[in-house]
Design a protein around this ligand. Structure first.
Ligand code: ATP
Ligand code: MG
Length: 364
C-alpha cells in the first residue's frame, strides 16, 4: 500500500501525535492483545473509496494484527446535523456489508449500533458534567460543522452536535478502548475523551484510576477526492461507492475532473485532481504516483483514467465479489452479525456503567 500524507508542514501537536503514533505501531506489533480499538462511521450511506483508503483498510490491518476492534455504527450521530436520517435499517445493512466485504471479521471484531447500547449512552450524563460549554465550543471540528451548517442555511448548531466530542468519549471509554485511529483533524476530539477520563479518575477514582486515557493512532492515509475535485464524501454526491459496478466505476472516472495540461505530472499542490487520480491508481497497482505519472506522461488524462479504472476494478474485484455473495445470502447473515455485536457491546457497557455508578456512590 502506498503511503501518502497531505502536503504542507504539520503543526507541532500533529507532529508530536505522528511521532507517538510511530512508537505505538511498534508497541502494537509487539503486543496486539494489549490494545483495544474503537472506531466507526455514521450510517449516512454506503461506504466509498475514501472510506476504504482513509480508514477501513487500516481497521482491517489492525484487526489482522490481533488488536481487538470495536466498530460503532453511529446512528444517533446521523441526526447531529440533519432532521431526516433516511432509511436507517437499509443504510446500516449497506455499511455492514461494506465492512464485512472489506475484511472485517465478526469473529474477531465487534460491530454494533450506537442506539442499541443504552448503558453506553447513559455514560453521557456523568461525562457531560466533566466538561464546560466553552471547552466544547472551542473544539475545531464542532466549530467547523457549526459554520458549515450556518453557511448552508441549515438550522444552527444542535445540542447534539455541540456535545459530539463527549459522545465520542462515551463510545471509546465504555469499552475501555485505548487506541483510536484518527485523522490529524480529529485530534482535538480525542483530547476531550482524554480530559473526561482524567477528570473522572480525579473526581471518583483517585486512589485507583478507572479509565485509561486513550492514545490517538494517526496513520498516514490517503485523502481521496471525488469526481468534482473536492474531498469525496457521501453527502456531496461525488463518491465512488465500493458497491458500484465495473461500468459505474468506468463512468465515474471518465467524468472525474482533470485540468487543461496534457502531460501527466505528479504535482499535488498545483494539480490536485490529477494527483488524486495518480494516488488512487498507484495505490491499487502497487506503484508510486510519481512512477505512474512518468508511465502515462504525454498520453494524457484519458490514458490515466483508463489505467486508474483498470487498477480500481482489479483491486476491488475480491471485495465486490464477497459483497455480492454476502448480500445474496439473505438478510439473516448481516442481522445476526449485528445482533451478536450488540449483545457483546451491551455486556461490556452494562459492566462499565455499573462500575461508574459504584465509583460515583450511586449503587442503590
Ligand atoms: P458525510 O458526507 O455524511 O460526512 P463522509 O463520506 O464524509 O460522510 P464520514 O462518515 O464523515 O464520511 O467519514 C468517516 C471517516 O472516513 C472519516 O473520519 C475519514 O477518516 C474517512 N473518510 C471519509 N471520506 C474520506 C476521504 N474522501 N478520503 C479519506 N478518508 C475519508
Ligand atoms: Mg464527512
Amino acid at each position: 500500500m502506498s503511503v501518502i500524507t497531505s502536503p504542507g508542514a504539520p503543526t507541532p501537536a500533529v507532529a508530536a501525535a505522528r511521532e507517538r503514533s510511530a512508537e505505538l505501531e511498534h508497541l502494537v506489533a509487539r503486543n496486539p492483545a494489549g490494545y483495544r480499538v474503537l472506531t466507526g462511521d455514521r450510517p449516512t450511506g454506503a461506504l466509498h473509496l475514501g472510506h476504504l483508503l482513509g480508514t477501513v483498510a487500516n481497521r482491517v490491518r489492525l484487526q489482522n494484527l490481533g488488536v481487538e476492534v470495536f466498530l460503532i455504527v453511529a446512528d444517533y450521530q446521523v441526526i447531529t446535523d440533519r432532521d431526516d436520517a433516511g432509511d436507517l435499517p437499509a443504510t446500516v445493512r449497506e455499511v455492514l456489508l461494506d465492512y464485512l466485504a472489506a475484511g472485517v471479521d465478526p469473529a474477531r471484531s465487534t460491530v454494533f449500533t450506537h442506539s442499541a447500547v443504552p448503558a453506553l449512552n447513559q455514560l453521557l450524563l456523568p461525562f457531560l458534567s466533566l466538561v464546560s460549554v466553552a471547552e466544547l465550543e472551542r473544539n475545531p471540528t464542532v466549530k467547523a460543522e457549526a459554520e458549515a451548517s450556518a453557511a448552508q442555511g441549515r438550522r444552527g448548531t444542535s445540542g447534539l452536535l455541540l456535545t459530539y466530542p463527549v459522545h465520542q468519549a462515551a463510545d471509546i471509554l465504555f469499552c475501555h478502548g485505548n487506541l483510536v485511529p484518527v485523522g490529524a483533524d480529529q485530534l482535538p476530539h480525542l483530547e476531550i475523551t482524554r480530559t473526561v477520563a482524567r477528570r473522572f479518575n480525579q473526581r471518583y477514582a483517585a486512589a485507583r484510576p478507572y479509565f485509561a486515557e486513550p492514545d490517538a493512532l494517526v496513520t498516514p492515509s490517503l485523502t481521496v477526492l471525488g469526481d468534482d475535485g473536492v474531498k469525496m464524501s457521501k453527502s456531496r454526491g461525488n463518491a465512488l461507492e465500493l458497491r458500484a459496478s465495473e461500468d459505474q466505476t468506468a463512468a465515474y472516472f471518465k467524468r472525474a475532473r482533470t485540468d487543461a495540461d496534457r502531460t501527466i505530472t505528479y504535482e499535488p499542490e498545483r494539480r490536485p485532481e490529477i494527483a488524486n487520480l495518480l494516488r488512487i491508481g498507484a495505490h491499487f497497482s502497487g506503484t508510486s504516483p510519481e512512477a505512474l505519472a512518468d508511465e502515462v506522461g504525454p498520453a494524457g488524462a484519458g490514458r490515466l483514467k483508463a489505467l486508474v479504472t483498470e487498477a480500481v476494478v482489479e483491486g476491488l474485484r475480491p471485495l465486490r465479489a464477497r459483497r455480492r455473495e454476502l448480500a445474496s445470502a439473505g438478510p439473516r447473515y448481516v442481522a445476526d452479525v449485528l445482533a451478536r455485536g450488540n449483545a457483546r457491546a451491551n455486556e461490556i457497557a452494562d459492566r462499565t456503567l455499573d462500575d461508574v455508578r459504584g465509583l460515583m456512590g450511586m449503587r442503590y
